[in-house]
Design a protein around this ligand. Structure first.
Ligand code: FES
Length: 100
């Protein structure tokens, strides 16, 4: 299933944005022009990860301060959790997330 989330140029370089689609939440990140997409809910206790603090490639969740590397979703502070990643492509400035 492919989901069109909106326009890529609404996410400035080195920033992130949360998108809601039906009952799903996505976090889309633009790191130096490369886009990454994740489940928008923290795998710890489901805070909106996009409301966290972004520093370079690292986002710190606002609730319990777990930190995630947004290049691969790995958690730096808890090896048992990880952001769920999705394939994302930009087609004519549209953000398209591919889900299985
Ligand atoms: S909900 Fe994100 S660190 Fe707990």
């Amino acid at each position: 299933m492919k989901i069109n989330l909106g326009q890529a140029d609404t996410i400035q370089k080195n920033s992130m944005k949360t998108f809601f689609y039906e009952d799903l939440v996505f976090l889309v990140v633009n790191l130096e022009g490369k886009y990454f997409a994740y489940d928008g809910q923290c795998p710890h206790r489901k805070a909106l990860i996009g409301s966290g603090q972004l520093n370079g490639n690292i986002v710190t969740c606002q609730w319990h301060q777990h930190q995630f590397d947004l290049r691969d979703g790995k958690c730096l502070t808890n090896r048992f959790i990880k952001l769920k990643g999705y394939t994302v492509v930009i087609v004519n400035n549209e953000i398209v997330v591919e889900m299985e």
